[in-house]
Structures are given as structure tokens and as C-alpha cells.
Design a protein. Sequence first.
Length: 710
Amino acid sequence: MEEFLKRCEQSGDAAYAALRSLLERLEDPSTRTDARVFLSELQKRFSSEEASERDRCLETTISKFKTSISNSFEKRKKLSMIVIPSIFMPEDWSFTFYEGLNRHPDSIFKDKRVVELGCGNGWITIAIAEKWSPSKILNPNPDAMSKMITESASEEFLHSLSNYCALQGFVEDQFGLGLIARAIEEGISVIKPLGVMIFNMGGRPGQAVSWAYAKAGGRISHALSVYSCRLRQPNQVKKIFEFLRNGFTDISSSLDLSFEDESVADEKIPFLAHLANILQDISFFSYEPPAGSRRFRSLISGFMRTYHHIPLTADNVVVFPSRTVAIESALRLLSPRLAIDDEQLSRYLPSQWLTTLNIEKAESGKNSEEVIAVIEAPRQSDLMLELIKKLKPEVVVTGIAQFESVTSSAFEHLLDTTKEIGSRLFLDISDHFELSSLPSSNGVLKYLAGTPLPPHAMIVCGLLKNQVYTDLEVAFVISEEEAMFKALCKTVELLQGSTAIISQYYYGCLFHELLSFQLADRRPPPLRNGEKAKATAVNGFSSSTISVLDHTELSINESDESSLVHMDADQSFLPLTKPVKAAIFEKGGTLCFPTGSNGHYVSAAKFLNAKIASIPTNPEVGYKLTEETLTAALKTVNEPWIYISGPTVSPTGLLYSNEEMNKLLSVCAEFGARVILDTSFSGVEFNSKGFNAWNLGATLEKISPAKSTF
């Protein structure tokens, strides 16, 4: 006994080694009896009131800890332990924590595998084992401890872990929160489905309050916060964190997987898991048709077939960034003399269209084909039908009121009336379209299940009702006429480039989830009625738009199985935003393109009937704009807008130097020309050796005050 106490007296490390050797003897059956007797004698020596002064001094190295635990309502059992100083001693809040655990039903722990992290002296772990008999408790036993780094750590290191705030000079305990956050992330990958995480988070008051309170003689103790959680969709959450561990750890701190509404979790978690799988498996995004990802369009048509029995294919669906873009693109494609638009859908159309009538066209001397006149109408089928019969518009864009959407009567009246006068019909069903496993009755979709969509009619649907990202919208247009489908595909490519692939992934994930849980219908799909004979010719496309579409190099047509990486796709990366269209095309400015510029933008300007001027460039200087050529061109142009692709020139790949760019900006400022600087082709130069980055600040500061319009 004396020899054992001398060893423990040296340091906490020595006491730990001595106690470990005692535990090893307890594990060995041949020495277990003697070791147990020795341990009992050691306990009696410290608990005796007659303990010597030397023994009381040893309490700084070997501390006593006693508590009682209850196994049931009637029984209580005392638990005595020997603790070295480098082990965290329980405070009052730990007993409160155990009291809370004690109120859980037996099913939480019984026959389960339990892991306690940061267990201190482990008394709660022992209490759980005593009461609930879990199948296994993982704890730092001597064999496991020998494999851990703390085994070879000094007492000062162990003490720093348990008393971090004191050594750092702060009262706030910040170290524990970091460990808890790490434990949560690592626990996600190992916890089983329906497993439970319980967090016991002790805290202390703020620094100013605690110092004032301590100086006044107050005693600072931990506060207690206990949180319990279950992983929603644990397999998918594990995929998300597995992806983040591979080089994206910084993102994990901004990931929010807390939900007040379960339906939001059902949308967000599957999407993030799907996105993690995609980003983990691919090194680049494959080329997708500008009219929408083939997979996404197939999912939309599959949803229509499965839930609404409409036999559509991917070649009947065109994807747009929003329904506003879809409607405006369709009107620009058709260039109608007169269009009637639902008042709820016309608010984002160009204001010029809503105030232009035939008399104004005649006064301005413009061709009637160049200006679109739009009349707003209420969303009520009887009033809309009356306007259509009287005004005979070439295009009708409308929705259906809620009370009229249950049956197909209003839709059939619109179809018949527009067909009689040869008008195109775009019907918006966004407000009544539901992404649900039990969609409500929809008269339009019921009609399409039994009757083909006439060639003059198109269905517009904006996906607006997602509960996670309320500002994320994707729209699609359904047409069963091949010519209209192809024209819309070219239009969206020319004016928008493509719809954001992430948006298509999000809604595609929702469609996929719904299709995965839908049982196949054992009954054959209903046969559709034959289409009625056409009454009159339908309004066609304008000659100017057809000319542009026919002479523009657009998307690449290839099989779905092709694995080619396209470097020759002349795709638009600069969607025409509303401010650009309002400032240039609607105001009547002249867009000036250097010869050899990106062909997409020239074609888009022609499609929008914008004024265009070409600035000649010289092949000897790589088709760059020069100070002399720009000066000569601007002398003959009114309200010029100069398009410059830089620093990298498209398509030659040459670079504008800082000096060249300063000269061009000075010339533009002199003539009051505005500049559109397209940097979308820059940053991937093959050889940028010797190129210094632009520094245009001094030039802009010098010319901006003098030319306020610049």
C-alpha cells in the first residue's frame, strides 16, 4: 500500500499509471481477488475519518467521488469512484442531466449501442449500464486508451483539455463547443437510422459579468442546456456530409439542416443528397441542350404520363428560366400585330408593348411587324372570350380562374374561339399545377389526357410553389406541334443561352421523388380522341424572326448517349437582362459590334429588332478595335452602345492590353457612347504570359465626371 501511494504522490501521470496497473490486475483472473482486496483497502483508507495528513495531501492527486443512482422507483445504489485531477469532476448540472436521461423510456437505451463522448470519470455511462443494460457501451478502457494519443500526453496537456478556459485567461468555455460541433459531424456518418444524439452543453456567463461576480465573492458554475435530435433521412444526410468532408469542409459551417416544417425537410435533404452525388461523380457538367436538360424534360413528361395520363415525351417540353421569360420569348417569336394578355401576366412585359397601338405605329413610321401591341384583359373566361371575338388578336396569353380550373369547360371554349379566328393560345396553369403525390383535380390536364393539344395551343407552367427556395423558378412550355417546339428551342437558346442547371436539378429531384413512389397503373392508358379539323389558318412566325433563326448557328444535335466534350459550342453566356433591353432595344439605341464578334449576340439583337451597326476591324491586328477605327465609326452613329469582348477577344483569343483599353474608353467617353464589356470569355487564356491585369480606375475617374452618360 505504501509503495503504491508513493508512486501516486509523484504526479497525476504516475497516479494514472499506478491505477491502470491495478485495473489490469483486476482483469486477470489469477490476480483479481488480491487486486479487489487492495482496492477496498485503498477506498477505506481515504474515506476513513482517521486518515493521516499525508493521505489527505494525496487527495490532490487521487480524488474521491461519490453519488447514488436509482435503478427503479424503489431501489437506489451508491456509486464510489477514484478520480485523478486530469479527469473532469462532475458538477451539479451533470446530476440534472442524468435526471433528465432517467426520465426517458427504456426503449431509448435498452439493447442499444451507446457511445458517450467527453464522459469525464464516466459515472453517467456506468449508471446507464446499470439501469438499462444496453447491448454495448463504448468507453475508453485501457486497451482502447493505449491506441489513443492522450495515452502518451503529459498531465499538463490533459489538464489543459479539462481546464482550457483558465489557462487561456478567458472565462467563456469555447473549447467544448468546437468538440461538440466536430462530434456532430463525425457522428452523422456512424449513427444508425432512427438513432438519437443527446447533447449536454454546459456554459458559463459572459466575461464582464463573471469577473465582476467573482470579485464580489460569487461562485461561478456551469449552466446546462440539453438537446436531443434524430436525423431526418439519415442515409441522405450521410451522403451530404461525406461529400463535404472531401475538400469542402468550409461549406459545412453554413449548411442549415434545421427545419420547423417537415415538408421543407422532405424537399431540401433529397435535393442536397442528389446534388452531392452528382458533384462527387462528375468532373465537369456535360453539354445540355439549351431547351432544357434531356433528363429534366423526360421527368416532366413522365410526371404528366404517370399522374395525369397525358402521353407526352421530352420532345413536347421546352424549359425556360421563368414563365415571364417564356411568354415574352413567345411574343417576340410570333411578333403579333395585336396580343391580348392576362393582366396578372403582363406586368413584366416591356412597357412599350402595353402603350403601343396601330395609330402610334403609323405616326412613328415603323413597320407593323416591328412593334407588338399588347392589351391587358381580366382573368375571367367569359370576358376574355368577348374580347377575342371583337378584337381578333393574333396571340392570346391567359390563365384560368380558380373556380374555372376544376372542369375543362373554360379551356375548351378558349380553344374553339381562338381556333376560329386563327389565333395562337398560350394558357398558363402555374397557379393550379401541383407537385404532389395526390394532385388536385385540374380540368385542363383532364382534357389533355383524352384529347391531343391542338397545333395553335400551348401550355405554360411556372414551377412556383417549392417550399425551400421561394425565389427559384423554372418554367416549361408544352406543345405537340413540332414546328413550334423547334422554334421555341431556338428562341430560348438565342435570348437566354440556357436555364440554370442547378434549378433543373432541384425540380428534377422533386419529379424523380414523386415518380419513384408512384405504382404503375395496371390499366392501359385511355385512348385520346382524334383532333378536330382546322377551321382557319393559324398565325405563323414573323418573317424577320424566321430569317434570324435560319441563319444562326445554334445548338448541336446529337444522340443522348454521346460522351463527347464540346469545345465548339457557341453558346450564349450573357442572358439579356431587363435593364439591358430597356436601355438599348426599347429606348432605340444603336448596338455597335466589331466585325468578328460573338455571333450569338448579333443574332439576338437582330431577333429583337434592335438597331445594329458594324465597326470594321483589321485581321492584321487580330480583329481588335483600335482607336482610329472606333473614332471613325462613332462619327456616324446616334446613341451608340459599343460591345467589347475583353480582356479576351472572342473568337480570336487575343488580349486587349491595359493601354489599348484605356484608349478605347477615352474615345467612347468623347462621343458619349456607352460600353458593354463582356468578360465571359476571359480567364481561361491559353497563353497569358506578359499580360498585366487591367487597371482602368484612373481612366474611369478622369472621364466619368466629364461625361455623365458614360
